[in-house]
Write a protein that binds this ligand. Sequence first.
Ligand code: NAP
Length: 251
Amino acid sequence: MNRLFDLTGKVALVTGGSRGIGRAIALALAAHGAKVAVNYAANAAAAEETARAIGGEGAAVTLRGDVADPAQAAALVEGTIAAFGRIDILVNNAGVTSDDLVLRMSEAQWDRVIDTNLKGTFSVTKAALRPMVRQRWGRIICVSSVAGIVGNAGQANYSAAKAGVAGFAKAIAKEVASRNITANVIAPGFVDTEMTRDLTDAQRQEIVRMVALGRTATPQDIAPAAVFLASDEAAYVTGHVLTVDGGLVMY
Ligand code: NAP
C-alpha cells in the first residue's frame, strides 16, 4: 500500500486484529508508522502470525482477551499502555455472527452477538477514552456493517448490534469532541473473510449482483479507510458512518 498518512509515534489497539478485516487494518496502521496491539479471542497462532507480518522490532504485540467481558476489555487497553506507554487509536473491530430468523433465534444467539459487537465496543471504548481525554487526542474507529444501515434478513441480532455501534459512535463523537477525540464508523459491505466463507456460490452471486462495482471486497479494500480516520488529517471528520461497500448501499 502506498503511504497515505503518517502515523509515526501513534499507538493503536485493534480488537479482533488477528484475522480478516482487523488483520488488514492492523497491517495498514503499522505500515503507516503506528505501533499496534493485536487483540484476539482464542486463535493465538493467527495473532502471532499477524504480529510477525507487521515485523519490526517492538512494532506489535498480541493481546488475548474477550471483548464481551468488561474486565478483559479494560485489560486490553491496560495491556496496550503497558506495552507501548500510550493509546491513541482504538479500532473496535472484533465481531461475530450467529444467524437465524428471529422466529428461530435463541436468546443465547441474541446475547452473544450483542455482547461481542455492541457491549464489547462500549467496554473497550470506555477504557480507552480516559487516557485519550488526558492526552487530548484520540481516534475511535468502529467497524460496523451495512447490515446496521439497511438490515439483513437472518441477522436481526447482528443488524441491531451494528446499528447500535453507529449510534454509540455518534454519541461519543459529541461527548469528547472538545478533547480532540473523533469517533467514526466504517460500514463494510460483503468482505471475503472467514466470517463469510460459509455462504453458497448462489448467495455470493446474488450479493455481487447488488454491488455497483461488481465484486466482493477483500480486507485490504477496507483498511485504507481506517488509516484515513486515524490520521491527523481526519481531525474534522467525526460522527461519520463511512460505507466501504463497492456501492452496495447508497443513501
Ligand atoms: P473474522 O474473519 O471472523 O475475524 C474476527 C476477528 O474477531 C478475529 O480476530 C477474532 O479472534 C476476533 N474476535 C471474535 N470474537 C471476539 C471476542 N469476543 N473478543 C475479541 N476478539 C474477538 O471477521 P471479519 O469478517 O474480519 O470481521 C471483522 C469485523 O468486520 C466484524 O466486526 C464484522 O462484523 C465486520 N464486518 C464484516 C463483514 C464481512 O463481510 N466479513 C462485513 C461487514 C462488517 P480469534 O481469531 O481469536 O477468533
